[in-house]
Design a binder for this molecule. Structure first.
Ligand code: AMP
Ligand code: ZN
Ligand code: FE
Ligand code: FE
Length: 282
């Protein structure tokens, strides 16, 4: 049975390993295929692709598009899309700019109570990449305010906390259409994970995304209970959607370990069939 983990992050967004290091770790974890899905960017694809030959790990090129519907955060994986698609590139660029402005505002808010500066936080963020709360967390840890990213999220970076500022995000239904038009395969990430204000994504939104061309649902994920996973598999079956499972690995930034959840090879084949690009093989 092939070991396929289709959702991971590198230093190109908020993971802690470079794409090349991630490929090495994937080989050590005994993965046959890894999906690199950094937040709102495909900047890590080339480096990861170069490591396919040396590691023997096949590469599924992807991206996790940050979306929002009113107050609910929605993460939408896009697989094998054209990375030069104008509309998708424009969405990512707008998100990137808004992330920078937003991070600056959050740092300003936090600096009233914690000894951190914008210059310092930028050291932890990818250059010209999608800066996010994990990078602010790294700065808070560096000054000794908290011990790890998770503690920062619970105590200082949570959306219901006093320092939080949202950034612009596309609507998930619109993003689903855009990904399809770019030749991509849209798979909703961890739909039952507790998002902003601890609210779960309403079924109504998922159904609207299905109408817009959603291809699959990430069912097996550490933020899902067994009941969540079963409910999402049932929904996927009802609409004949692809079922995936993944680690959502972030290196040392999260406890998630490579390969802790996997995707069935038959389901993986359905992603490949629908994508514009190929899987990169040694
Ligand atoms: P942002 O995109 O800036 O709103 O930050 C969200 C990102 O933070 C997500 O991509 C998660 O990977 C990460 N994240 C969320 N909660 C935690 C946590 N408790 N510990 C570490 N990382 C987290
Ligand atoms: Zn992340
Ligand atoms: Fe996510
Ligand atoms: Fe993720």
């Amino acid at each position: 049975m092939k070991r396929i983990d289709p959702h991971t992050h590198s230093t190109v967004s908020d993971g802690t390993q470079t794409p090349a290091e991630l490929m090495e770790s994937a080989a050590q974890a005994g993965l046959d295929i890894i999906g690199l899905t950094d937040h709102d960017t495909t900047a890590g694809w080339d480096e990861a692709a170069h490591a396919v030959a040396s590691t023997g790990v096949k590469l599924l090129r992807g991206m996790e598009v940050t979306c929002r519907h009113h107050d609910t955060s929605v993460h939408l994986l896009s697989y094998l899309h054209d990375p030069a698609d104008d509309t998708l590139v424009a969405i990512c660029a707008r998100t990137m700019e808004s992330r920078a402005t937003r991070a600056q505002k959050m740092v300003e808010n936090l600096s009233a109570d914690y000894p951190i500066t914008w210059e310092q936080v930028q050291q932890y963020a990818p250059k010209d990449g999608p800066i996010g709360r994990p990078h602010i967390a790294d700065a808070l840890v560096a000054v000794g305010a908290f011990t790890n990213r998770n503690e920062c999220f619970i105590r200082a970076l949570h959306p219901s906390g006093p320092y939080y500022v949202p950034h612009w995000s596309p609507d998930p239904v619109e993003a689903t259409r855009v990904i399809r038009a770019a030749g991509g395969v849209p798979v909703i990430a961890h739909p039952r994970a507790r998002g902003r204000n601890n609210r779960v994504l309403e079924l109504e939104i998922i159904e609207a995304m299905i109408d817009a061309g959603l291809a699959g649902i990430e069912c097996d994920h550490r933020d899902h209970s067994v009941e969540d996973s079963d409910a999402m598999k049932h929904l996927a079956q009802t609409y004949n959607l692809i079922v995936t499972g993944s680690s959502d690995y972030h290196g040392t930034g999260k406890p998630n370990r490579l390969g802790e959840n996997l995707t069935d090879p038959h389901e993986f084949a359905r992603i490949v069939e629908q994508g514009k690009l190929e899987v990169i093989r040694p």
